[in-house]
Write a protein that binds this ligand. Sequence first.
Ligand code: ZN
Length: 490
Amino acid sequence: MKRFPRVMIALFFILSFLIVSILADSPKTTKEKDEAFRWVDQNKDRIISWNDKIWEYAELPMEEYQSSRLLADALEKEGFQVERGVAGMPTAFIATFGSGEPRLGFLAEYDSLPGLSQKAVPFKEPLIEDGPGHGCGHNLLGVASTAAAMAMKYVMETRKLSGTIKLFGCPNEENDIGKTFMAKEGFFNSLSAAVDWHPGDGNFVPLGGSHAIHNFTVTFRGKTAHAGGDPWDGRSALDGIEIMNVAVNYLREHVKPTVRIHYVVTSGGKVPNVVPDYAVAWYNCRDVTIEGSEEIYKRIQKIAEAAAIASETQVEVKLLTAIHELVVLEKSSRIMQQNLDLVGPPQFTTEDQEFARKVQRTLGIEQAGLHDRIIPLRPPGNEGFGGGGTDVAEVSWNAPVLRLSIASEAIGGPGHSWAVVCTGSTPIAHKAIITTAKVLSATMLDLLTQPKLLAEVRAEWKEKTKGKPYRSYLPADAKPLVVPEPKRGS
Ligand SMILES: [Zn+2]
């Protein structure tokens, strides 16, 4: 009987210790964050209507006139100073609020993909035959970042917090153009930090890197002739391409396993009985660092020259864009993770889950529905072998970037497909946007109100980028290809 109270006391201490340690680790809210969350909830209908409109516009890269105008106008109305048509791109803009340090950046995208037009139904049915569609969810991306920046401005105003927030309207992400040309103009180099996100099929803070890419065309010019009558008078531009491609395929044996090389022939003559005097191949080469990618690019350039000598043609290599690998901040990513834990995953309903399962049934994949949990922070297992690239990398060499992924698509569905487009204007996407706007604004409020935390983030970033100051790999005279605004019927 005497021992019983001692056991109780010991149990009491163990339990108290457990509770205290759980609380210390659990995410905390603040008055500022609660205000941001309230702003997002109160403006939900407006935010959702922007998403649904941009989903419907589904404008192709560099043609995002209506989409960028919608976001820029909304930001201007909200009290942001908006500069339009930056870095030589009519659909790029920068919205600024506040002044002084810190300078925090949000990234918005809004371009679609060709041929992916799709209705909001769980089976393949285009809205417009062969029309464009938001197959990468950039409608959600731009809108949630915009909402987060607005919520943040609201809190800064009501609480009289000083600092600058900037939202970058970045066109043409699909071809890695927008942020690359904006970075070349130095638009990101004064940022203290930035946040970025991408819709996907899971709720997590990504720690995976991305590949550096050189994206270029190779044009051969030869001499035409009658292919049957006097072929000896012709010099085939297509021969140039074919010799080059064969040599590049031999090159593959002598590159590191992290390298990727791929091409398509976009022009190779029209008919076989004419020696083609014009042919074009479109190439990408990638590696885990931009130095690696640059080395392969130079070796391919040499091959192109050799092919021109062999085929007695002229060759021109034109670099369209070149992007770095992402700077990943493993330690600082915990800030985004804590805020994701605080906000929680999107609260999908049974109808949302059923919609996603129907999509999966159509695709013939496991009917796992939508991801409704949070994946803990952990490094990826396939370092170096993923091969995807993003122009967010250009921002990440100019300032620390914290990233996020939120579920808005059926688990396991293919990216860049109708299966992504079909949920993009449904309550599934709406819930993902609201969740994201809250997580991004809460993360930024941490960086704004805790200078020590921001200093830690910057210290990690400085360590990662030490000795490698940002430089654009674009040629000095490179200009983005501008597409004029199409005339629309009234
Ligand atoms: Zn994307």
